[in-house]
Design a protein around this ligand. Structure first.
Ligand SMILES: CC(C)(COP(=O)(O)OP(=O)(O)OC[C@H]1O[C@@H](n2cnc3c(N)ncnc32)[C@H](O)[C@@H]1OP(=O)(O)O)[C@@H](O)C(=O)NCCC(=O)NCCS
Length: 196
């Protein structure tokens, strides 16, 4: 893949973060429902800025362990609404983990689904991964619905597997294989033609 990744969907542009995006990211980065999914905890704006600088450097997957993080930008007005990321967890077995977050003002409009679908397409088409997975809090209905809607399978439900912010945590693991994703796309494509 080229060094400048740019994905366009119907309503979105996905691209690496630019330094001008910091203020938009600070709007959602420290929220508790977002913090759960981040590698860098951000208790104040200094920590959030440091985390943002790390995300800015996540522009390509070169070796296992690397993370690609893309800003989710609304085409209509250029608003930076959130981010999606793909961590290349295993090269031999072609595994990758998804994470995603949007600012509260941009939720429930289908943008999350559109952005995650685009990065999963890239994971299979460009990076030739074999399996893509995502972890979600047990109570995170939005994330679970999004992942199921895209055809990801619930593979595990871990009960009280850890403590998070002083409470027992529940975790759901979703995944999809490359051939399942391709088959799902084909079915959706056929359905579109049938309706047209
Ligand atoms: C998860 C998240 C990205 C969803 O983004 P979004 O743009 O609101 O999602 P969509 O609009 O595409 O909605 C996806 C599905 O979830 C449903 N949904 C969205 N928010 C919901 C909520 N708060 N409660 C219940 N269902 C919800 C939608 O109705 C839709 O399902 P449907 O098509 O069957 O009706 C967003 O809520 C978020 O950033 N949450 C905090 C971070 C997070 O949880 N990340 C997950 C990491 S794995």
């Amino acid at each position: 893949m080229s060094s400048e990744i740019l994905i366009k969907t119907d309503r979105l542009i996905l691209r690496p973060f630019d330094k001008a995006d910091l203020a938009s990211v600070l709007d959602y980065y420290s929220l508790p429902d977002v913090q759960r999914y981040l590698d860098w905890k951000a208790r104040d704006s200094g920590e959030a800025s440091a985390a943002f600088q790390s995300m800015r450097k996540q522009t390509r997957l070169m070796r296992p362990g690397d993370i690609l993080t893309l800003a989710v930008v609304r085409k209509a007005d250029g608003m930076v609404m959130g981010h999606v990321s793909l961590r290349w967890t295993d090269a031999t077995a072609g595994q990758g983990e998804l994470r995603f977050a949007l600012g509260p003002a941009f939720r429930r409009k289908g943008y999350g689904t559109e952005a995650v679908k685009a990065i999963v397409n890239m994971a299979f088409d460009d990076y030739k991964l074999h399996r893509v997975f995502a972890r979600s809090a047990g109570k995170n209905e939005a994330s679970a619905r999004l992942l199921r809607k895209l055809g990801m399978r619930l593979e595990a439900h871990y009960r009280e597997h850890a403590l998070f912010q002083g409470e027992w945590d529940e975790e759901l693991h979703f995944a999809v294989l490359d051939r399942e994703w391709a088959r799902g796309e084909k079915v959706r494509e056929l359905a579109r033609h049938k309706v047209a």
